[in-house]
Design a protein around this ligand. Structure first.
Ligand SMILES: Nc1ncnc2c1ncn2[C@@H]1O[C@H](COP(=O)(O)OP(=O)(O)OP(=O)(O)O)[C@@H](O)[C@H]1O
Ligand SMILES: [Mg+2]
Length: 267
């Protein structure tokens, strides 16, 4: 049975939508270049899907947007303001759903979700409870409110992380692999949530994902990183038959049983 989709998952985003500019972003870790002069703009209210092979720099890029990494060169602007400036992050509500969830293990699911609204005084406990239970319901987690993260499956933890981000009522929503570890029905639910937030609340969204269906289904534009370089920027339709052989290989890797690539790893 499909989990029900509840409309109006969040309630109070009234601030203007947020635009993001990645401007010549370069990040070195020692001598290793994780990002190489990456530039693109995400328009207010847009859904931008960032794709690319493992290790291509997707998560590192997201961390620059929330100020968790400092650029070696270049900058990230949010509504024209430097993302690393404290006042930018204070004024603009940004939620990042981390790849591994990043839940507080000592707190129940309910308290993980209630933490931010309590700290930011979203209302009395009854109001917060409504928001938390609503978000749990959207993600079919209403029976897990009193559980602890260690008692959940990987996919459930991922959904708790998404529910926690929804409760923050963000203007800018960043997801790192939101559909990995989820079954196809739950993946479709996440895609619907992302699209609903855009349509009804104009939430600007950046999704890091390997999920081509999600990209083709909900992205306004797609960027593809390879080896820290932005090798594609454009509408998802152009990914159906990509001209660039690197991108074609990424989406349709050929399995060569006569000459498997892992053999080349043997010395
Ligand atoms: N703090 C760090 N110190 C050193 N190297 C790092 C650090 N963070 C990331 N890297 C390196 O930067 C590169 C890009 O990492 P990143 O996490 O952005 O990859 P990704 O594209 O998100 O991959 P995946 O799809 O596997 O999540 C990797 O080679 C990684 O080892
Ligand atoms: Mg990653």
């Amino acid at each position: 049975m499909n989990p029900p989709i509840h409309r109006n998952p969040i309630t109070a985003v009234e601030s203007p939508a947020v635009g993001v500019t990645i401007d010549g972003l370069t990040k070195n870790f020692g001598t290793f270049q994780a990002l190489k002069n990456v530039s693109f703009t995400v328009e207010p209210g847009e859904i931008f899907v960032l794709m690319g092979p493992s290790g291509s720099g997707k998560s590192v890029l997201l961390k620059h947007i929330v100020g968790l990494e400092a650029a070696t060169a270049g900058r990230v602007l949010i509504n024209g303001q430097d993302a690393t400036a404290e006042h930018t992050l204070e004024r603009i509500r940004i939620a990042l759903v981390f790849q591994a969830g990043a839940l507080f293990n000592s707190l129940s699911v309910y308290d993980n979700l209630a933490l931010y609204p309590r700290e930011h005084r979203f209302g009395d406990e009854a109001t917060i409870r409504d928001k938390v239970m609503r978000a749990l319901q959207i993600l079919s987690l209403e029976n897990s409110a009193q559980k602890f993260p260690s008692e959940l499956s990987g996919g459930m933890r991922k959904r708790v992380a998404i529910a926690r981000a929804l409760v923050m009522e963000p203007q800018l929503m960043l997801y790192d692999e939101p559909t990995s570890e989820l079954d196809p029905v739950m993946s479709a639910t996440i895609s619907e949530i992302i699209a609903t937030l855009k349509d009804e609340y104009h939430v600007t969204t950046i999704v890091v994902s390997h999920d081509r269906e999600l990209a083709l289904g909900i992205a306004d534009r797609v960027g593809i990183l390879m080896g820290g370089e932005l090798v594609f920027l454009g509408p998802p339709a152009s990914l159906r038959q990509p001209a660039d052989p690197r991108i074609a290989d990424f989406f349709h890797p050929r399995i060569d049983l006569k000459n498997p690539r892992f053999k080349t790893l043997e010395t």
